[in-house]
Ligand binder design. Structure first.
Ligand code: PLP
Length: 441
């Protein structure tokens, strides 16, 4: 493998290390496998950053892209429209009961920004400009643009950019493994939901919206909230008359076992944010989807409109890919199969990973997995950061033909829904191999 000696600057990457380390240069991909220039195969254990759904080079999606590319490559949605966007809006909504309008952008962070602006302007248009604060979970992640970073939690994603950010009102997340209240209890004590209640009681009149990553906080460390958490947040938003934004950029399109995480608890948010898997993971597209109530608040005079729009929002080729991906969801047993694979993955993780001395907790919801590494399983003491345990496990896994990426000392597994049984076994074997290598020093 060559080292990274070329003029790129990679996202979220310490380039000093990257330039020294051997690199995988991906040349093509098929099914659930990435192939490098020399033809070496790596299972795509993180679905190309949590985006890929049906596998790579799926003929249905590739065909739809090719067909659309020959017809109309791009035409703006600002003041004019096109068929692929209309059809995609129409085809998405039956999967999102209670919602009636689709606003397209190109990436998850932008769609989050749209949601935040919609929430604040919703109240302004209703004559309540004082309701302009956003309530957000601790350890939240909503993307890397400044508004999205503002809503995100503390830490390296945020700290250095603090002077550029707005400050959200925080409430506790449901991180049971490290919860001061219920880590040692048999069940969640609902302290996290209680903290939202306290916040809404104290500051509800200022809060435009509560934003959550429903059921799984992804980049925070694959933190899985207990069943009932989304519904409890929805109930509090209703009680205190504020909007609920569900950021399903990571959880959408089957990753949790349901089409959308909110479906797990029958919750209808006021604003739903989708990205990543919307095109099956092939092209950049995202959507901010609202109820009729939110939409109506923007109807009327010129000044009530939403002041937002991106050049490539709702690009027709991206919409065609998304339509083909929906075809696959609707014509096959994609979700059922993904749930079966998730059950199998749970069994393998239990047998091969959960008892490893470096593993503190294995968290899983559907095909989203976080394996938290610790120095001491009894005290739950984290690994010293200089050991770079998570990173080293993932590097070792490459030796076993698996590409995965950690979040600090949480190993993330999030394969495409199309992952095969033997590929799941190979992913877990590669992680076990990496854990053994790292625990030997
Ligand atoms: C929950 C959530 N929201 C938003 C984003 C940002 O999406 P994008 O990287 O497409 O901007 C991410 C990306 O990981 C995410 O996990």
């Amino acid at each position: 493998m060559p080292t990274g000696d070329y003029p790129l600057w990679h996202p979220f990457t310490q380039m000093a290390r990257f330039e020294r380390e051997p690199q995988i240069i991906v040349a093509r991909a098929e099914g659930n496998v990435l192939l490098d220039r020399e033809g070496r195969r790596y299972i795509d254990g993180v679905a190309s950053l949590w985006a890929n759904v049906h596998g790579h080079s799926h003929p249905r999606i590739v065909g739809a892209i090719q067909e659309q590319a020959a017809l109309l490559q791009h035409s703006t949605l600002l003041g004019i429209t096109h068929e692929p966007a209309i059809e995609l809006g129409q085809r998405l909504l039956p999967h999102l009961p209670g919602r009636s309008r689709v606003f397209f952008s190109e990436n998850g962070a932008s769609a989050v920004e749209v949601a935040l602006k919609m929430a604040v302007q919703y109240w302004a248009n209703h004559g309540h400009p004082e309701r302009n604060r956003i309530a957000a979970l601790e350890m939240a992640y909503h993307g890397d643009t400044l508004g999205a970073v503002s809503a995100g939690g503390a830490g390296p994603f945020r700290d250095v950019y603090e002077p550029l950010l707005f400050e959200p009102l925080r409430f506790a997340n449901a991180y049971r493994y490290r919860c001061g209240s219920c880590a040692a209890e048999p069940a969640c004590t609902d302290v996290c939901v209680g903290s939202l209640r306290d916040l809404l009681e104290a500051r509800g009149a200022e809060i435009a919206a509560v934003i959550i990553e429903p059921r799984v906080q992804g980049a925070g460390g694959m933190i899985v909230a207990p069943e009932g958490h989304i519904a409890a947040v929805r109930a509090l938003c209703d009680e205190f008359d504020t909007l609920l934004i569900a950021d399903e950029v990571a959880t959408g399109f089957g990753k949790t076992g349901a089409m959308f995480a909110c479906d797990l608890e029958g919750v209808v948010p006021d604003i739903t944010v989708l990205g990543k898997g919307i095109t099956g993971g092939y092209l950049p597209l995202s959507a901010t989807i609202t109820t009729g109530d939110v939409y109506q608040a923007f109807h009327g005079e010129e000044g009530r409109k939403l002041f937002h729009g991106h050049t490539y929002a709702g690009n027709p080729i991206c919409c065609a890919a998304a339509l083909a991906s929906l075809d696959l969801f609707e014509s096959g047993d994609v979700l059922e199969r993904a749930r079966e694979r998730a059950d199998l993955l749970a069994t393998i993780l239990d047998e091969r990973i959960a008892d490893h001395p470096l593993v503190g907790e294995v968290r899983q919801q559907g095909l989203m997995v976080g394996i938290e590494l610790v120095a001491d399983r009894d005290t739950r003491e984290p690994l010293p950061p200089e050991r770079e345990g998570g990173w080293r496990v993932c590097l070792e896994a490459r030796e076993r033909g698996v590409f995965i990426r950690p979040l600090g000392d949480v190993i993330v597994l999030m394969p495409p829904l199309s992952i095969e049984e033997d590929e799941l076994a190979q992913i877990c074997e590669a992680v076990a191999y990496g854990l053994d290598r790292v625990s030997r020093g």
